[in-house]
Design a protein around this ligand. Structure first.
Ligand SMILES: *[C@@H]1O[C@H](CO)[C@@H](O)[C@H](O)[C@H]1NC(C)=O
Ligand SMILES: *[C@@H]1O[C@H](CO)[C@@H](O)[C@H](O)[C@H]1NC(C)=O
Ligand SMILES: *[C@@H]1O[C@H](CO)[C@@H](O)[C@H](O)[C@H]1NC(C)=O
Ligand SMILES: *[C@@H]1O[C@H](CO)[C@@H](O)[C@H](O)[C@H]1NC(C)=O
Ligand SMILES: *[C@@H]1O[C@H](CO)[C@@H](O)[C@H](O)[C@H]1NC(C)=O
Length: 727
């Protein structure tokens, strides 16, 4: 039974505004940028129909809330050195300078600056004499430390100053490895939020890349951890999404899309975990169970997640994290039983599977009771922390993303894993910041303003022969130095330095000069002239090497080539087991293969979706080549349509758009999720639709593309130094 609604207070907040949320049960204060609501961002409606009282961090009652300037907390303790200036709190952009007493060496920064979100730049400054078996763990700003001995098994305990919330470990133990257990604590003001930049770098570092443990955080040098699936091991990733009423439909779908991107990112590392997807409000709802055979099919899971409706929860008033974690616990047990039924001898899920939980919430994670007992149950189930010599901490990671003022920072900090040099808890101001963090992380940038990934390899080429007009072709960026294009764009005696390549944004791109031009050695346009066939496009492929290295950006990114490790990852197949033939089988399936090419319209790049005819419709497609004006003398179509071409165009099964002369040299692309693989180079067509007065193409308008699978030895040879990871 919810308490009766409270009324909006007469003076909501000095210098800011207030909103009532959660059906009148929560009062949320808002302040202008650079300020925060003091003493609290939220008040709850109590059973006496009064808002929870306002109290200063010391407990003293306050008459009204006010917006205060964001400041950084001051150091409470600094061992073996001194710092200046000394103040209780610091204004944004103020600098703190640290110095050590003689005999002590400074680890960490000499100067730290107060950042706009109320955090200090850099890591903790520590004055260490190097005497301990573990390095001096230091005292983070805003904290005090108990424990001065740093021998194996010694402990240090931390407390945060008044009004500050601890993220990280309250207690750390010096381990035999010479590293401290847990993660360095951080004492934050409850109004401090992580910026998207901080989240994307810290989360991705922790999740997937190797982490160079910052020496100041008390870790051993260069401890590296990576999400790797060991041979015989496997990984489960549980995506747990808050769907309570405070989230609202718009924000729910944003959070859901962020998780879809996360799946994409994980697949791009060539990791193929099983996914569990749950939403929760008052009750949990399992969307995808790890028991499901398709739970390791990232595309399928993404689709299930993408189709998820906010309305699927009937009771949504609470944020019952405990119940959500219980559902994860049950899923692990169920999967275990399922595997054992299938004949596995040892506990495969509890013993050799790594479990990664990603929880997103905007509410009070402790509604329904503290979830910590369930975390302990899961740890118990996975035998974590039982054996000191083999604590198995790697087998469970809990990441928590708390969004907005209603999140209790202390609760999410408690729930998240604490690991040396890593960050598992993030408190962000709003969902837009979370979206931005994931966009940064995934490298798609800000959608809309930047070029889409299938357009970014687009590289127009211009050829300026001395005394002649400018000619143009298209190409695709395939590495830092190379652009792949068609050989027919050039004459045999063309010089590389006559070619310029435009990389990046249309009109604002980077012009690069070519250094080397290699056409395929078997390309010979005049080969069949003796038979009355004026042009012959077999092996119509060329590589242009640039004089300068291209700096990849959102607008200039390379496309994947077939038979490279990148494509294995894009296809979500294991490396190195996946072969070049597998790529061919998976990309050029029998039948109609959806593909796309990019057409540069008036100041705009347009995607054109076509079907490669690779089944019963292939011979009809190829037969239309005889209708090309230049091939009037062709008797057998196989003379000009060699096995090196892919055929698109026509009206069967659907009308395909056609290429124009200016599209020559551009890539024919197959999309796999958000990854793009080039399978062909646009070579020649039966009918130039751009020259037709009506711009209407007849049914026999077909296009031919050089099939890259047929020129791989040449590509491998010429691109040997590009580290494209050819398989
Ligand atoms: C901090 O800012 C306040 C006003 O915002 C100002 O009165 C005070 O002098 C500043 N303190 C320092 C040390 O700059
Ligand atoms: C630290 O800041 C002081 C001024 O506050 C400056 O003089 C000094 O050069 C800085 N030192 C470093 C290492 O940046
Ligand atoms: C999303 O959440 C923000 C607060 O983080 C809120 O201001 C906004 O109204 C919400 N949007 C929707 C569509 O619910
Ligand atoms: C996990 O596997 C190890 C051997 O790798 C074995 O000693 C241990 O008993 C197993 N634990 C469980 C819970 O099955
Ligand atoms: C066909 O061949 C004849 C004789 O070789 C030649 O004169 C004619 O130009 C050719 N037609 C085309 C379209 O090339």
């Amino acid at each position: 039974t919810a308490p009766q609604c409270c009324e909006l207070p007469h003076t909501p907040i000095v210098g800011g505004s207030a909103r009532v949320q959660r059906q009148g049960q929560m009062l949320v204060y808002q302040c202008p940028a650079g300020q925060f609501p003091y003493p609290t961002p939220i008040r709850e409606c109590r059973s006496n129909s009064q808002w929870s009282p306002l109290r200063a961090p010391g407990g003293r009652p306050l008459a009204k809330a006010e917006c205060r300037a964001i400041q950084c907390p001051g150091p409470l303790e600094f061992d073996n050195g001194h710092f200046h200036p000394r103040q209780p709190r610091y204004n944004i952009s103020q600098t703190l300078t640290f110095e050590c007493f003689e005999g002590y060496t400074l680890r960490g920064p000499h100067n730290r600056t107060c950042l706009p979100n109320g955090k200090w730049s850099g890591g903790t400054a520590i004055c260490d004499d190097g005497e301990g078996q573990c390095p001096d763990p230091g005292v983070p700003i805003g904290a005090t430390k108990d424990g001065q001995l740093y021998r194996v098994e010694d402990r240090v305990r931390y407390r945060c100053g008044r009004g500050l919330v601890m993220f990280g470990s309250k207690e750390r133990t010096c381990q035999e490895s010479g590293a401290w257990s847990g993660t360095q604590p951080e004492c934050r003001d409850p109004s401090t939020y992580d910026t998207p930049e901080e989240v994307s770098s810290a989360f991705i570092a922790s999740l997937s890349e190797t982490v160079e443990v910052d020496r100041s955080s008390g870790g051993a040098e260069n401890v590296k951890r990576k999400i790797v699936i060991e041979a015989g091991g496997s990984m489960n990733i549980y995506l747990v999404l808050d769907a309570s009423d405070s989230v609202g439909e718009g924000n729910f779908s944003r959070a859901r899309d962020v998780l879809v991107q996360l799946i994409e990112k994980i697949s791009s590392y060539g990791v193929f975990p099983r996914y569990g997807v749950l939403t929760f409000a008052t009750d949990p709802h399992v969307v995808v169970s790890t028991v499901n055979a398709q739970s390791s099919d990232a595309d399928w899971v993404s689709t299930k997640l993408g189709d998820l409706k906010y309305e699927s929860h009937a009771l949504r008033s609470g944020t019952n994290t405990k119940a959500a974690l219980e559902a994860v616990h049950n899923m692990i047990i169920e999967q275990e039983q399922d595997e054992i039924r299938k004949g596995h001898k040892v506990a495969p899920v509890a013993n050799s599977t790594r479990h990664v939980l990603v929880l997103m919430t905007d509410g009070n994670t402790n509604m329904g009771g503290s979830p910590m007992p369930v975390v302990r149950q899961i740890r118990e189930l996975l035998s974590i922390g039982r054996d000191i010599r083999n604590p198995r901490e790697d087998y469970l990671d809990i990441y928590v993303f708390g969004i907005g003022a209603m999140v209790n920072a202390e609760n999410i900090a408690e729930l998240a894993s604490k690991k040396s040099g890593e960050k598992h808890v993030f408190h962000m101001q709003d969902i837009r910041d979370l979206q931005k963090a994931f966009h940064d992380m995934i490298g798609t940038g800000n959608p809309g303003s930047l070029r889409d990934p299938d357009l970014s390899p687009h590289a127009p080429l211009s050829l300026q022969r001395p005394g002649k007009g400018l000619e143009s072709c298209k190409g695709a960026l395939i590495s830092e130095y190379f652009v792949l294009t068609a050989a027919h764009c050039f004459d045999i005696d063309d010089q590389a330095h006559w070619i310029t390549v435009d990389v990046g944004e249309p009109d604002a791109g980077v012009l690069c000069l070519a250094r080397v031009l290699w056409s395929h050695p078997q390309y010979n346009i005049g080969k069949l002239r003796g038979a009355g066939i004026p042009e012959f496009y077999d092996y119509d492929v060329a590589l242009v090497k640039l004089t300068t290295k291209i700096k990849f950006s959102f607008n200039a990114r390379p496309i994947c080539l077939p038979c490279t490790e990148g494509t294995t990852r894009a296809l979500r197949k294991p490396h190195p087991e996946t072969t070049c033939n597998d790529h061919k089988r998976l990309l050029l399936t029998v039948g109609e293969v959806p593909a796309l090419f990019v057409h540069e319209g008036k100041k705009k790049l347009e995607r054109k979706h076509v079907n490669i005819k690779n089944g019963v419709k292939k011979s009809a497609c190829e037969a239309d080549a005889k209708k090309a004006p230049i091939y009037a003398n062709v008797t057998d179509v196989k003379q000009v349509v060699t096995p090196r071409f892919l055929c698109t165009g026509g009206i069967d099964p659907v009308v395909d758009p056609n290429t124009c002369k200016g599209d020559s040299g551009g890539p024919l692309i197959i999309a796999k999720g958000k990854r793009y693989i080039q399978v062909g180079v646009i070579s020649w067509g039966v009918f130039d639709v751009c020259k037709a007065p009506s711009r209407r193409a007849p049914a026999h308008a077909r296009d031919f593309h050089l099939n890259l699978f047929t020129v791989l030895p040449w590509l491998r040879d010429k691109l040997a130094e590009e580290e494209l990871g050819f398989i």
